[in-house]
Design a binder for this molecule. Structure first.
Ligand code: APR
Length: 308
């Protein structure tokens, strides 16, 4: 039977996720938004691309939740995006109300679904969704590490004039200023990045990666990135629907891994049909561990603001 995937928020990230997922042709999609007519219109438009692109995914849009019943995966993109000059953390109070309400509606009708959170501030919103849903931690996952890593890989590939596929890397930690590109472990065609690129250039790329979302916000002026965020989200859905057991950097609720307890932080995870099937612990050096601890503290501050 085809899988059922709900995407909440039919704005830039949500609609692009729905489009990418429809093109995968492995699931039917329900697109939810509060704006009357908008999710219905976008769903119809995506549906009508099927004959041209050759997919049979059913896509429906709605302002309610009846149609979401029995979803296998729910993606939460509903929320306000950043404007120039804002940090992701500035969104916390607005988006927490939205994510809380949406999660309640979703879990009522899809108690066995896997939730992927995309709304920002990412780690805090994932923590809220975990708390509100009461789901086990393997079924609430935050999308950020794939995006941050993709930005890093893009910049490295551009600089070295090699295929993006040759660049393997991990960006861990929170989705914000405290993220940690793991330079020591990045490779290009299997060779250590540190052997093929000057340290100063690596530092510049590291810096650009950390500010990668802000660079796009400053250019767009009216919203934030959505093509790469939706691509990252769909890679996670692929891993789950196709039970790929793929190792991907995701925001996961840690219970002692990396010495961190009770908070979402970006770490390497194994994704398969059960969501996060394993949190992979790698040995960090003291500098990396300190940076990860700092990331966890930044998420904790937001959790205190949310009082959850
Ligand atoms: N229920 C359903 N949809 C909602 C709700 C709600 N309670 N509240 C807001 N929305 C919808 C809006 O109507 C809008 O269509 O969420 C959509 C958000 O879309 P955009 O404004 O285009 O924002 P987008 O770029 O998609 O970003 C969404 O993802 O990457 C993050 O920081 C970003 O938090 C932001 C989120």
């Amino acid at each position: 039977m085809r899988k059922k995937i709900t995407v909440v928020g039919a704005g830039n990230v949500g609609a692009t996720c729905a489009q990418r997922l429809a093109e995968r042709d492995y699931a039917d999609i329900v697109l939810v938004d509060i704006i009357e007519g908008m999710p219905q219109g976008k769903a119809l438009d995506i549906l009508q691309s099927g004959p041209v692109l050759g997919y049979d995914s059913n896509v429906i849009g709605t302002n309610g939740y009846e149609e979401t019943e029995g979803s296998d995966i729910a993606i939460i993109t509903s929320g306000v995006p950043r404007k120039p000059g804002m940090s992701r953390d500035d969104l916390v109070l607005t988006n927490m109300k939205i994510v809380q309400g949406v999660t309640e509606e979703l879990v009522k009708r899809s108690p066995n679904c896997i939730i992927i959170v995309v709304a920002n501030p990412l780690d805090a919103m994932a923590q809220l969704a975990l708390k509100v849903s009461g789901f086990p931690r393997n079924r609430v996952i935050g999308m950020s590490g794939i995006l941050d890593t993709a930005r890093f890989r893009t910049f490295v590939a551009q600089e070295l004039k090699v295929s993006v596929e040759d660049v393997a890397a991990y960006v861990l930690g929170g989705h914000g200023d405290t993220m940690i590109p793991l330079i020591r472990m990045a490779t290009v065609g299997g060779l250590p990045l540190t052997e093929v690129m000057h340290a100063d250039t690596i530092s510049k790329i590291e810096e650009r990666t950390v500010k990668g979302g802000g660079e796009i916000v400053a250019l767009l002026k009216t919203g934030s990135a959505f093509y790469a965020p939706s691509a990252g989200t769909v890679q996670m859905v692929d891993a789950i629907v196709l039970d790929k057991k793929q190792i991907l950097p995701c925001a996961a609720y840690l219970e002692g891994e990396y010495g961190i307890n009770g908070v979402f932080v970006g770490v390497p995870t194994k994704l398969g049909e059960n969501g996060i099937e394993e949190i992979i612990e790698i040995k960090l050096n003291s500098e990396e561990q300190a940076a990860l601890d700092k990331s966890a503290d930044a998420v904790r501050e937001l959790i205190e603001i949310m009082k959850i």
